[in-house]
Design a protein around this ligand. Structure first.
Ligand code: B30
Ligand code: ZN
Length: 225
């Protein structure tokens, strides 16, 4: 793991590349994430097909977010690509912006391509509204101290998906060191409502763990609703 990076002060995002030579992409990369999703192009891209199992996760406070490590067996299929769900985690405020606007939180569902080193990260933008049962179940027991973890056997990741799976997609990077440019981003167009009190439970632990937006450098952002 990259040495003690963070979101502020001498280990904040503007210093990530200096902390470890393996983080060079954080400053030199031309396909970095997150970005502002604007100037999108409608395209005939494949639909996302999700098959996620409920239960069997472990929720961990890893010092930069709350992450739920998922058991094997959950997949996301898109065209001829099959990805395995490895973990999901949260950022506040959102990392991606949509037409210049940020959201209070963003969930990242991190998948590994079964045939390459590529990751497929599905992002859900979280917005204040009705209680989301899946999120509330986690928020109630968020591990408060870095290093703390617990089983979350009743957790259903499907509950954190929007009703429709229209999405934008572009080629980007990890939003944390080492900022590797091997991520196929899929950002769900429809935000997911969660209870304000549950957002507060997250921001009490991590008020600001979002990297600021990066230049899109003429990358195409394709969308399918
Ligand atoms: S993200 O979705 O772009 N925010 C990783 C996966 C997805 C994103 C960022 C990073 C990732 O797999 N990082 C390497 C693993 N980490 C360990 C960890 O999961 O928590 C190493 C590390 O940071 O240096 Cu701490
Ligand atoms: Zn993330």
């Amino acid at each position: 793991a990259s040495a003690h990076w963070g979101y502020g002060g001498s280990v904040g995002p503007e210093h990530w590349a200096d902390l470890d030579t393996r983080n060079f992409a954080c400053s030199a990369g031309r396909q970095q994430s997150p970005i502002d999703i604007a100037g999108t192009v409608k395209a005939d891209i494949p639909r996302i097909d999700i098959s996620w199992l409920k239960g069997g996760g472990r929720m961990v406070n890893n010092g930069h977010t709350i992450q739920i490590n998922m058991p094997e067996g959950s997949t996301l299929t898109r065209g001829d690509r099959v990805y395995q769900l490895a973990q999901l985690h949260f950022h506040a405020p959102s990392e991606h912006h949509v037409a210049g606007m940020s959201f209070p939180m963003e969930a990242h569902f991190v998948h590994k391509d079964t045939k390459s080193d590529t990751l497929g990260v599905l992002s859900a933008l979280l917005t204040p509204g009705a209680t989301n049962i899946s999120f509330a179940g986690l928020a109630k027991v968020f591990p408060a101290r870095p290093g703390e973890e617990m089983a979350v056997d009743e957790f259903d990741p499907n509950g954190l998906l929007p009703a429709s799976l229209g999405y934008w997609t572009y080629e980007g990077s990890l939003t944390t060191p080492p900022c590797t440019e091997n991520v196929e981003w899929m950002v769900a167009m429809e935000p997911v409502e969660v209870d304000t009190a549950d957002i507060k439970r997250f921001t009490t632990l991590y008020a600001s763990n979002a990297r600021s937006i990066r230049p899109s450098n003429r990358r195409f952002i394709l969308g399918l609703s």
